[in-house]
Design a protein around this ligand. Structure first.
Ligand code: SF4
Ligand code: SF4
Length: 126
């Protein structure tokens, strides 16, 4: 079965085999935002069997009128609060937010290919 993923409108493909060796570079590294919508907060809280208010206090930061996932500092890296270095991946993978599920096919990267190449070893041009 092919591990190459393409999406209409994007001039590159993604080889999901790269994730096994990568160490979660899209979930770690420079500080960034993973914005979550109301429905995603509900799904995450349910998955973790937590009250939404408790979940929000523990895992969310308010940025303007939006909510983003908190980060945890690991050495020089800002890891997503849900990234486990011990487990080698996302501990909420089944209900990860849309922003995570759609990576690396973000419109932003169409004009920032070098940044995407630097971050994700699974990108294949053309
Ligand atoms: S950066 Fe790319 S290769 Fe690495 S885990 Fe994320 S999607 Fe997979
Ligand atoms: S929610 Fe999961 S997939 Fe998304 S950035 Fe955090 S660890 Fe990565």
């Amino acid at each position: 079965m092919s591990t190459l993923i393409r999406q209409d409108g994007f001039g590159y493909a993604f080889d999901s085999r790269a994730c096994a060796e990568c160490g979660g570079r899209c979930c770690t590294g420079e500080s960034g935002n993973i914005f979550v919508k109301r429905s995603e907060i509900e799904a995450l809280a349910t998955y973790l069997q937590m009250e939404e208010a408790v979940f929000a206090q523990k895992y969310l930061l308010k940025k303007g009128y939006k909510y983003t996932l908190k980060e945890q500092r690991v050495g020089m890296s800002y890891d997503c609060i849900f990234y486990s270095r011990d487990a080698g991946g996302c501990v909420v993978y089944d209900v990860r937010p849309k922003q995570c599920r759609t990576f690396p096919f973000w419109d932003y990267f169409k004009n920032n290919m070098q940044e995407l190449h630097d971050e994700c070893p699974g990108i294949i041009d053309g």
